[in-house]
Write a protein that binds this ligand. Structure first.
Ligand code: NAP
Length: 335
């Protein structure tokens, strides 16, 4: 099958289009013919080797972490899916491979595709939808009436997280640049901070939750907007020892991750707020709940650009530039 392959960690030149054997199906796997794949910053970070200390891939690997397509075969123990089902998924760590014609995914990581969405729209959802779900619903347990700040509201995670937080009944503030103010308002943001004109940490106070996806300066400033007892959840680092434990990291890696987050954890403690790092996980059950929200018209996809399969590397470069409004998709097969 055709795929975008990484033979050695490194820059964009290391990714090549080529042929790979069709994936082997385990007994609890579904084999999906990929129609569309979502592009994430994660793909470039894995390519660069940024995560190789804890995401143990055997090279060569196929990049790509968001899939929408049609089930073509199922393993002997699969019960929920059958050939012909339209599905979407964020395959588990260690099983990437959305930039290809076929992928094998554990049944537990797959969900039925939202009915009203095109394959391209569906492929925009799993990774960012699950990230927002795990941050706002699972970790923060966001409640009606609470106040949440979602950084980078116009990005892949932000566009989904704003809508999910509104659905949870929260008041939502977000940061974005002037060009994207209308977009984030249309998604439901109540308070929009145009970072070109003002500093969010001068304006916002007494927030319950901050979802950070930006740099260290933003992370540290975010502490100032939280009320005592508030939660600072970062998806852009630094990792902490609790995260290291959840991935079964070695003693050395636990120490390293603990040290990386010591500064922000100490600052958080002084302000009586809680810091945690989140690295999202594949989860077909949560994705099925997201399907319902989309089918009910509560959350809509935001797709910036769709690239042809042959232009997958250009799509990755576009995402890496960091200016995407919502999601960037690769169309693998005409639906
Ligand atoms: N740990 C995890 O599980 C996890 C999961 C998903 C994502 N992530 C990470 O989270 C980060 C965001 O992911 P993403 O997919 O949302 O990225 P993205 O879609 O590439 O984000 C692009 C958006 O960021 C906005 N942005 C850039 N700088 C900004 C700033 N200073 N203030 C406010 N907005 C800003 C841009 O808006 P403007 O053009 O208006 O600036 C653009 O719309 C990435 O580092 C990604 O790797 C982590």
């Amino acid at each position: 099958m055709k795929a975008f392959i990484l033979d050695r960690y490194g820059n964009a030149d290391r990714v090549r289009a080529g042929d790979m054997p069709d994936p082997q199906l385990r007994e609890d796997d579904v084999l999906v013919q990929i129609h569309a794949a979502g592009v994430n910053q994660l793909d470039s970070k894995i390519r660069d080797g940024e995560f190789k200390s804890f995401l143990r891939y055997r090279l060569p690997l196929i990049l790509g972490h968001d899939v929408a397509g049609v089930v073509v075969r199922v393993g002997s123990r699969v019960r929920q899916f059958k050939p012909g089902d339209e599905v979407y998924a964020r395959p588990a760590d260690g099983r990437s491979g959305a930039f290809a014609e076929l992928i094998a995914i554990t049944e537990a990581d797959v969900a039925k595709k939202p009915k009203a969405l095109t394959m391209e729209e569906a492929a925009s959802i799993p990774l960012v939808g699950l990230t927002a779900w795990q941050a706002l619903i699972e970790s923060a347990n966001l409640q009606p009436g609470q106040k949440v700040l979602i950084h980078a509201g116009s990005g892949g995670v932000g566009t989904f997280a704003i809508q999910l937080a509104k659905h949870a009944g929260a008041t939502v503030a977000t940061t974005t640049s002037t060009d994207n103010v209308d977009l984030v308002r249309s998604l439901g943001a109540d308070v929009v901070i145009d970072y070109k004109k003002e500093d969010f940490s001068d304006v916002l106070r007494d927030y319950d939750v901050v979802l950070n996806s930006l740099d260290k300066v933003t992370l540290e400033k975010s502490l100032r907007v939280l009320k005592p007892g508030g939660q600072l959840i970062s998806i852009s680092g630094p990792p902490d020892a609790a995260f290291a434990r959840t991935i079964g990291a070695s003693w050395v890696l636990r120490m390293v991750m603990g040290a990386l987050s010591r500064g922000i954890r100490a600052q958080a403690k002084r302000r009586h707020v809680h810091y945690s790092f989140l690295f999202m996980r594949a989860n077909g059950g949560q994705l099925a709940k997201i399907t319902s929200l989309i089918d009910d018209g509560i959350i809509r996809p935001v797709v910036d650009r769709v690239f042809p399969f042959a232009s997958t590397k250009e799509a990755m470069a576009y995402v890496e530039a960091g200016r995407a409004k919502g999601k960037v998709i690769v169309s693998v097969r005409e639906s």
